[in-house]
Ligand binder design. Structure first.
Ligand code: ADP
Ligand code: ZN
Length: 737
């Protein structure tokens, strides 16, 4: 048969080829149009592959009308449509919203949400072993162990699972398999994660937690958008309270997202979750293997994964039916991303909940000024947990006035702190010395000529790291071996360390307590996250007497034996001219001292400061957070600073200082005249040189109701053309200003 006979009618009316907009993960202003090949089915949200220039990219079919004037024949076609559920309309709306608010290319926002699902091979079947009965001829003690086990539980077992459970090596199992003692069966691949069960364990809530939980659960039961804030001191049982909100969402068959600032290090959180729900949540953070990343992403899109605990980037996971977001430690600066798309995951999470019409719960011992104000205005429903759970008391906090109790020459620890550390060791308890500075010393110079070691590409000093025998730039990561001779005057053995880092404090501690088991915890630790997790476990098990750590140890951990926290330099964050400095310092100090005394032992916090009368220090020791926040809020209100006003920062950078400055001036000159909005600068950015790029900054300040985005857009489009190496980084709602 001639096929033209059969399909003749089709050839007369040309096949209907449609055109759809596709968002590609590139810094371009919007979606591109593509032709849909005949027979391919796509809809808004479909994940597809398309050609852009010479390369293939993953993209999402976007919303919007097709431009009829476009001729599909002249357009490039979608290469393939992936077999996975489309991104929901809510998710697409959220991506557009974030792009508009942060003034980022929508493709770069979408890039955080999509992956190439085809990259995932089907999960291999697992081979299982089933005991057939019988006893091997040669019954070694190891084989006897296996036998004893399978006699009661014939399986099927996985090879490693059986070896593990019997406490023998896998070769023992292999030997027995060779003797024909097991039947090989195929097991279905294990799910990404087991399903958390809201009825698995009874809720652990008592007394004030009950009331708090009732208030938090009610809006989840009711459904629809609402925002709640759990404001409770460290150890008050906030986690158990928000677990009840999660249980309610699970009962309603909704997916749940828990955001945590340091998820990679919070293994204990996952275990607590498992105790309550019988299964761990899926994790999402930068330390996941690519394969796990694929699995979790797919599980989230298909709905197989019900609960994700993740870092800020988890906010862009395209859940099938998200019904609740929890943000633990909502005040934490780690929620701000300052790279490519500048966004605050806490603020954007509230937006996502609003757009998706479901509840969100913010949690903190020291809520941000923004959230406090939202609580006061009634936008958030606040519940308070003012005391620790059970018989645990907050630590006794004291300031050490360093002018009156100075350390010995060359040291940084006051005799008062050292004495308390000695007592703590005597009792078999643990101390934590907190200093938010990695390395040995923040500044190193030559004792003969005064040469300072500066990064060749940044305006920052190189920091000596003795454990690694390196000097490092904390801006760009540049490092070199610690030089033996001064590069300027050639003197050998020349280095003088100025000021302390954690490594230097460790040296001082070892001088005073040579027999104590001491550990330095910072992100420099060799062995990465795995090693850090192990060390955190060792601390929790009481295998360490003294911990010297950066903020890495400040967050969320529960160390039962820790009864003393010493703050080495409480003034460290106060002097940088940032209006948020007081708030941040207060939050950090509360959080760090909150590591002490979580299991009912009497505990102490000693805070070394040169400014004992500073409002932050007074607020910390008086425990009167309310008065502190009242003042902060009042000052922000007076100066029309966030959340009473709006801010944006523009960093203009270029290969030469002149290019950066000229462009910044040009932008400033192009700023439209709008009442209520003013532009400050340009001035050299706080880091004037980073990775060889010179940086200037413009700050835009507006009243609360001003249209910041329209203003910034106008300024940039009317400003000088971006030429050569000039780049602009736009940060709406910057962290520091
Ligand atoms: P927060 O999140 O406020 O810091 P947690 O939820 O971690 O406080 O609780 C502090 C400690 O008290 C934890 O060890 C937790 O297991 C325990 N805890 C909290 N609530 C209960 C409860 N109702 N019953 C038993 N233990 C509890
Ligand atoms: Zn550098």
């Amino acid at each position: 048969i001639d096929s033209s006979d059969l399909f003749g009618s089709v050839f007369e009316a040309p096949p209907l080829v449609s055109v759809v907009p596709v968002l590609v993960p590139l810094p371009v202003p919007g979606p591109y149009s593509y032709a849909v090949p005949e027979g391919m089915h796509v809809e808004p949200g479909s994940v597809v592959q398309v050609p852009v220039g010479p390369r293939q990219h993953i993209g999402v079919v976007w919303d919007g009308v097709n431009d009829d004037k476009l001729d599909p024949k002249k357009l490039r076609s979608i290469t393939l449509a992936f077999d996975c559920p489309p991104l929901s309309a809510d998710m697409r709306g959220f991506i557009d919203w974030v792009a508009t608010y942060t003034l980022s290319p929508p493709g770069l926002v979408a890039r955080m949400a999509i992956r190439a699902p085809a990259a995932l091979d089907p999960e291999p079947m697992v081979e299982g072993l089933h005991y057939l009965g019988g006893v091997p001829e040669r019954l070694t003690p190891a084989r006897a162990k296996v036998l004893e086990l399978v006699a009661n539980q014939p399986g099927p077992w996985t090879r490693m699972g059986l070896a593990h459970a019997a406490g023998v090596s896998a070769s023992v199992v292999d030997g027995m398999t060779g003797k024909g003692m097991f039947d090989t069966v195929f097991l279905a691949p294990p799910p990404v994660v087991a399903r958390p069960d809201p009825t698995y364990a009874v809720p652990r809530i008592e007394g004030p937690q009950k009331e708090a939980a009732a208030e938090i659960v009610e809006p989840v039961r009711a459904g629809g958008f609402s925002a709640s804030l759990i404001d409770g001191v460290t150890g008050s049982g906030k986690t158990e309270v928000y677990f009840e909100a999660i249980a309610e969402a699970l009962r309603q068959d909704k997916q749940v997202l828990i955001l945590l600032p340091e998820i990679a290090l919070t293994a204990s959180f996952l275990e607590r979750f498992q105790d309550r729900f019988g299964a761990k949540p899926a994790e999402w953070h930068s330390d996941l293997s690519p394969r796990m990343r694929e699995k979790v992403w797919r599980g989230v899109v298909t709905g197989e994964v019900r609960v994700v605990a993740g870092a800020r980037s988890a906010l862009f996971l395209p859940f099938e039916e998200l019904g609740l977001i929890i943000i633990d430690e909502e005040h934490d600066p780690a929620y701000k991303q300052e790279d490519r798309v500048f966004y605050n995951a806490r603020d954007m999470a509230v937006v996502r909940a609003r757009l998706g019409n479901f509840p969100i719960v913010l949690v903190s011992a020291t809520p941000s000024v923004e959230s406090q104000v939202n609580g006061l205005s009634g936008r958030y429903n606040t519940v308070h947990l003012p005391t620790r759970f059970g018989d645990a008391a907050l630590p006794d906090l004291h300031l050490i006035d360093m002018r009156r109790h100075p350390p010995e020459r060359g040291g940084f620890l006051s005799p008062l702190l050292l004495r308390q550390m000695a007592k703590t060791i005597e009792k078999g308890e643990q101390s934590l010395l907190f200093l938010n500075r990695r390395g040995y010393a923040p500044l190193t110079l030559c004792r003969v000529c005064g040469h300072r070691f500066q990064c060749p590409q940044c305006s920052s000093w190189l920091v000596e790291h003795r454990f690694r025998n390196q000097i490092q730039c904390h801006q760009c990561g540049y490092h070199q071996p610690t030089p033996e001779a001064c590069p300027d005057c050639g003197t050998l053995d020349h280095l003088v360390a100025c000021g302390p880092g954690v490594e230097r404090i460790a040296e001082e501690v070892e001088r005073h307590f040579p027999d104590a088991r001491t550990i330095v915890m910072s992100s420099d630790m060799l062995g990465g996250v795995k090693r850090l997790r192990l060390e955190l476990e060792a601390i929790a098990n009481g295998d360490v007497d003294i911990v010297i750590g950066t903020q890495l140890v400040a967050k969320g951990h529960n160390f039962p034996l820790m009864t003393l926290v010493g703050i080495v330099d409480a003034d460290l964050g106060l002097s940088n001219g940032d209006p948020r400095a007081a708030e941040r310092t207060f939050q950090l100090l509360s959080q760090v001292t909150g590591r002490a005394g979580r299991t009912g032992r009497k505990s102490h916090g000693l805070i070394q400061t040169f400014q004992p009368l500073h409002p932050v220090m007074q607020a910390i020791v008086s425990g009167d957070a309310e008065a502190f926040y009242e003042r902060e809020i009042e000052e922000r209100q007076k100066a029309i600073l966030p959340p009473f006003g709006r801010l944006a920062s523009l960093i203009i950078s270029a290969d030469t200082r002149a290019d950066a400055e000229t462009h910044a001036r040009g932008l400033r000159a192009a700023a439209p005249q709008v009442t209520g909005i003013s532009v400050l600068g340009p001035a050299e950015a706080p880091l004037a040189l980073v990775r060889g790029r010179h940086r200037f900054r413009l700050l835009v300040h507006g009243r609360r109701n001003s249209d910041m985005q329209a203003f910034l857009k106008a300024m940039i489009s009317q400003g000088p053309k971006q030429r050569g190496s000039v780049q602009i980084q736009l940060d709406v709602d910057p962290q520091s200003f």
